[in-house]
Design a protein around this ligand. Structure first.
Ligand code: ATP
Ligand code: MG
Length: 453
């Protein structure tokens, strides 16, 4: 296995001092999968003080010495060294009451969550007591030990199981999957921040749609807003699935929707759109009505959904910027998209860059409906092309960009709320292409408007 020299140096130093040292956990898993791990963890038989002494040639930070962890800086890179540990009883479903140190690597590996995360690599090569290598090869997430006990000890493992399943595209072994679902109510004990952190990784997975469809009850546990979508018949000519299935498909369509919109898209854009699609229709059930012909209608569901999502994301301690972005996408996810310059300039003025997210949401949404709904996608793409052209013209879209400001007009209108109203009116007319953004024209129009008041 290929291990970077800075990690080898730390292992070697511990071994030279007479201790055992192994690379463990996620970095072994990632390396075996041919991926570059984002960090390396070392487990060692050395007690924390012993490890500190043995590694005195390195800069050492006492990050979590009570739990046996120190951070070592080796050749400019951070690496965590943790003493072999046994976790004590978990009474709160989150943290072990105590941890004790052990001299046996097997014990340390046994406390880890899944077989693919329970391997070590050292002098003898790979140590694989629980069949992690085989599960990795076959693409299986399986608890180490009794699944129900492991999920009851720490319910965050439920989120980790479905996150790995979505991100790696792995199936969850049957009894692990059953217990994850059965233990889901324990997720209440897990902090909102940690749930959200897992959800944000999960939502960008390659198999998120499958995981959403496989574990609706787990998602309804962390997002009760989704509960009413499960099994909900839409009675709509646009849909051929239940509301929850449509939601799962829309999330699954996010990457492809962003790719269609072209250009670079960031991880944040993908996460925000993923979470937006997950919650985009949560207001539908509250806003349902049926016309005489039996067709289901959902007037106003986008605004209701945006409000429900705002509450959900506050509960999950999502950052304000991200929450606002997601809620706006939801609020406008079903506005009719027109191709006129006037409409597009208005959207740009109102939403700025966010308009691209709104269009991408339309695409993901339509990809999750009946086939014929995709006919609208070329129009959306055309709208984005036109938006680019409009941006290249550097149009005036804000009061700041208007060729007059308040003081240019004070000889006509004294500073007052009326002045503000006139300036906004001028801006709207400029955006709509009715008025040129030129001082003389704007002043003349302002005079007209004041005369009329
Ligand atoms: P990634 O870093 O890619 O999110 P990871 O598996 O490396 O995944 P970390 O949080 O870095 O996750 O944890 C490192 C290792 O610690 C894991 O591989 C696993 O062996 C163990 N571990 C982490 N969280 C838990 C947990 N909740 N229960 C049991 N073991 C855990
Ligand atoms: Mg890791």
């Amino acid at each position: 296995m290929d291990i970077p020299n800075y990690a080898k140096a730390v292992m070697q130093t511990l071994e030279n001092a007479g201790y055992e040292a192994y690379i463990v956990g996620g970095c072994v898993r990632d390396t075996l999968m041919g991926k570059l791990p984002h960090d390396y963890d070392i487990a060692s038989s050395a007690l924390p003080e012993e490890a500190k002494r043995a590694l005195s040639g390195f800069k050492v930070i006492e990050t979590g010495i009570k739990h046996g962890t120190i951070t070592v800086i080796s050749n400019g890179q951070q690496i965590e060294v943790t003493t072999y540990r046994i976790d004590g009883d978990y009474s709160d479903g989150r943290h072990p009451e105590s941890v004790s140190f052990t001299q046996k690597l097997e014990n340390d590996l046994a406390r880890r969550d899944f077989t693919i995360n329970g391997m070590a690599y050292g002098r003898e090569g790979i140590i694989d007591i629980f069949g992690g290598r085989e599960d990795l090869k076959r693409g299986i997430i399986r608890c180490i030990g009794e699944p129900e006990k492991r999920f009851s000890e720490d319910a965050l493992r439920i989120m980790r199981a479905i996150r790995f399943s979505a991100v790696l595209g792995f199936e969850i072994e049957e009894s692990t999957a059953r217990s994850a679902s059965e233990c889901r109510s324990l997720l209440k004990k897990i902090s909102a921040e940690r749930i959200l952190a897992e959800l944000k990784q999960l939502i960008r997975g390659k198999d998120t749609e499958r995981v959403l469809l496989q574990f609706p009850e787990i998602f309804a546990e962390i997002l009760p807003e989704l509960a009413c979508e499960i099994g909900f018949e839409q009675y709509s000519r646009y849909h051929d699935s239940t509301l929850y299935e449509h939601t799962a498909r829309a999330v699954g369509a996010v990457r492809s929707a962003l790719e269609k919109t072209g250009g670079e898209h960031s991880e944040e854009a993908e996460t925000a759109l993923g979470l937006a699609m997950l919650l985009h229709d949560c207001g539908k059930v509250r806003r349902q009505s049926r016309s005489a012909d039996g067709e289901g209608h959902y007037y106003g569901h986008a605004a209701v959904g945006a409000e429900m999502t705002d509450a959900a994301l506050r509960r999950l301690k999502c950052s304000n910027t991200e929450r606002e972005r997601i809620c706006k996408i939801i609020k406008y996810h079903d506005i009719p998209i027109e191709l006129s310059g006037k409409f597009l300039r208005r959207q740009l003025a109102k939403h700025g860059d966010l308009f691209r997210d709104i269009v991408a949401a339309h695409i993901a949404d339509d990809m999750a409906k009946r086939e014929f709904c995709r006919e609208r996608i070329p129009t959306y793409l055309k709208a984005l092309e036109k938006i680019k052209e409009i941006e290249d013209e550097k149009p005036c879209l804000t009061l700041k960009e208007l060729a007059v400001n308040g003081s240019d007009l004070t000889d006509m209108i004294p500073p007052s709320p009326e002045l503000g109203r006139i300036l906004r009116k001028l801006l709207m007319e400029v955006i709509d292409g009715k008025l040129e953004n030129e001082k003389g024209a704007l002043k003349a129009r302002a005079a007209e408007l004041t005369a009329r008041c």
